[in-house]
Design a protein around this ligand. Structure first.
Ligand code: TEU
Ligand code: CA
Length: 551
């Protein structure tokens, strides 16, 4: 296994709108992030992944870009961005940006031109089709509900948008589009940016023939019809050859439809495509047949199985994984995979123990280092996320009252992870003097940086300790991984080892006390989340222990 800086890094994801507001307009911004760089560095973070900060009408909070080479006014100026990049580099950290090129905004110049006429030079930058039987070309559904085709009166044709209708899909079949993308990437690399997280990169290659949806199950439609199209690897290889390989950078491709079957095609060491991918296998575990807003309980056995299979698969091809349990698109990890009631603090430390002791690059989402949890706004009007708003609309269209379905949004909505960061117990958690763009999670007086800085046993300080522990022990980065007792429905236990060291991680993913016997001797306790922990393996609720195995 080749050693590289990005395999050894711990990444911190920032959702800029909700991080820190420097000019008190209620919206987080780039100067606000600069103010917090010392904090981020103090966690032991190596790489910051910044969600989109480009010019955008914000139909999908920056994932609809109208100018790839400019900064959104609300977030600051290019000078602010340059200062951010310098501030990050001065502290020995790196910056990874978000590349959103499956689609642009409909307010991008390319699209403004494209829709003008069928012979406009930009027409083929997007995917236009005539209608069928007085309706759209196919019955495709968009990710956020409704048809994936929008009709445009000027030329009387439909354009494809897999996300909202303000996010028209780019036509990657057109070599000019591919060259535009390469040139955007070069622009940011030449500024000194250290990599890209590539938004829904699995969707860029479309199948040449547009047929109706092959399955009523949306997940299946995504995997077999929308994602992993015939030219995806050709596109990525050529992007790698022409641009990526010329810089010392990292890439992580995001993708619905990237399953175990396809994973190595993107990241195998001999593929020359991407360094890592974010797959969603564990992120869809708790979604029922109706998708995201049809939550079902998740099973730990299946959860472990996903991590086990991915680790095994990737290591076969010397591919590298990414380890994450949440981001700006999903509920808070402590609420979702652990417990946010009276065990919240233990449970958050347990997840940190897992995130930072697995093989693969760990990604920490802002606020998770405090154990921030889901929020339950009472009114639909308090929600801002387009996905959630469209869900309300679809309920209304079916004659249902959104108020009767709020529990689904409370459980699964993306705004759970988008409430502003909790810096202190002061007004608006110290995020802003002004009313924030989205309401605060009201629990900030109990969960905030200022308090946790003061307590050595806080979640925040546990993160610092775990990150340092990973740094001190390359075994946790490159060592082998093997999970024990895979059928155990409460305990996730695994060994990590190399020639130098051997560790055992034992995590009790339950509210119950569990007597666990790993059948391993010589255990020396190193990391734990109950202050009075001993070597004993009678595991209390959400108890986490990491041992060195001495023989
Ligand atoms: O998300 C891609 C994606 O597949 C999401 O639609 C995800 O499945 C969904 O949020 C789960 O409900 C990326 C970005 O991370 C997301 O914020 C954007 O909205 C989306 O792409 C479109 O750019
Ligand atoms: Ca601001």
């Amino acid at each position: 296994m080749k050693k590289t800086w990005w395999k050894e890094s711990v990444v911190y994801q920032i959702y800029p709108r909700s991080y820190n507001d420097s000019n008190n307009d209620g919206i987080g911004d780039i100067p606000g992030i600069i103010e917090k760089l010392d904090y981020i560095q103090s966690l032991g973070i190596d790489v910051i992944w910044l969600c989109p900060v480009y010019e955008s009408p914000n139909d999908d909070n920056g994932y609809d870009i109208s100018d790839y080479r400019n900064i959104m006014n609300e977030f600051g100026s290019m000078a602010d961005f340059d200062a951010l990049l310098k501030g990050i580099h001065d502290r020995g950290m790196k910056l990874v940006m978000d590349l959103v090129v499956n689609h642009s905004s409909d307010e991008h110049d390319w699209f403004e031109e494209s829709k003008k006429s069928k012979d406009n030079p930009y027409r083929d930058y997007y995917i236009w089709k005539p209608g069928k039987n007085g309706g759209p070309p196919t019955d495709w559904e968009a990710f956020f509900g409704g048809s994936a085709w929008a009709y445009d009166e000027t030329t009387e044709e439909y354009y494809l948008h897999l996300f909202t209708k303000k996010q028209p899909d780019l036509n990657w079949e057109n070599p000019k589009v591919r060259e535009e993308v390469n040139s955007i990437i070069r622009y940011w690399f030449d500024k000194g940016v250290d990599g890209f997280r590539m938004d829904v990169i699995s969707l860029i290659s479309k199948r040449p023939i547009y047929t109706d949806m092959i399955s009523p199950v949306f997940e299946e439609t995504i995997a077999k019809q929308y994602a992993n199209g015939p030219r995806i690897h050709e596109f990525l290889k050529s992007m790698n050859q022409e641009v990526l390989s010329k810089y010392d950078i990292m890439t992580v491709g995001e993708g619905p439809g990237i399953t175990l079957v396809h994973g190595l095609d993107y990241v195998g060491e001999d593929r020359n495509e991407l360094d890592m991918v974010f797959h969603f296998d564990h992120m869809f575990l708790d979604m029922g047949a109706g998708g995201k807003f049809d939550p079902i309980p998740y099973s730990l056995v299946e959860f472990k199985d996903i991590f086990n299979r991915w680790d095994a698969k990737l290591s076969q091809g010397n591919g590298w994984g990414s380890i994450f349990l949440g981001n700006h698109d999903f509920p808070r990890m402590v609420s979702r995979f652990a417990s946010d009631g009276s065990y919240r603090e233990k449970a958050a430390k347990l997840l940190a123990s897992m995130l930072l002791s697995m093989r693969g690059t760990p990604y920490v989402y802002q606020g998770d280092e405090l154990g921030m949890s889901n929020v339950a706004f009472a009114n639909p009007e308090d929600y801002k996320d387009i996905e959630t708003l469209n869900y309300f609309k679809s309920l209304e269209a079916e004659g249902k009252d959104p108020m009767d379905h709020m529990h689904n949004v409370h459980k699964m909505g993306r705004d759970n992870a988008r409430t502003p960061m909790h810096w202190s117990g002061d007004k608006n958690a110290g995020f802003s003097e002004a009313e924030p763009w989205i309401k605060m999670n009201p629990n900030y007086p109990d969960i905030n940086v200022e308090d946790q800085e003061r307590s050595t046993s806080s979640i925040l300080n546990f993160y610092r300790k775990m990150i340092q522990f990973r740094k001190d022990n390359p075994t946790l980065v490159y060592g082998d991984y093997e999970s024990l007792q895979n059928d155990h429905d409460k305990i996730y236990a695994y060994r990590r080892w190399d020639d130098v060291n051997e560790f055992l991680v034992v995590l009790n993913f339950s509210d119950h006390e569990v007597d666990f016997d790993p059948i391993i001797t010589g255990l020396e306790l190193l990391i734990y989340n109950y202050t009075d922990a001993t070597e004993d393996l009678l595991m209390r609720p959400w108890e986490a222990k990491i041992f060195r195995i001495n023989d």
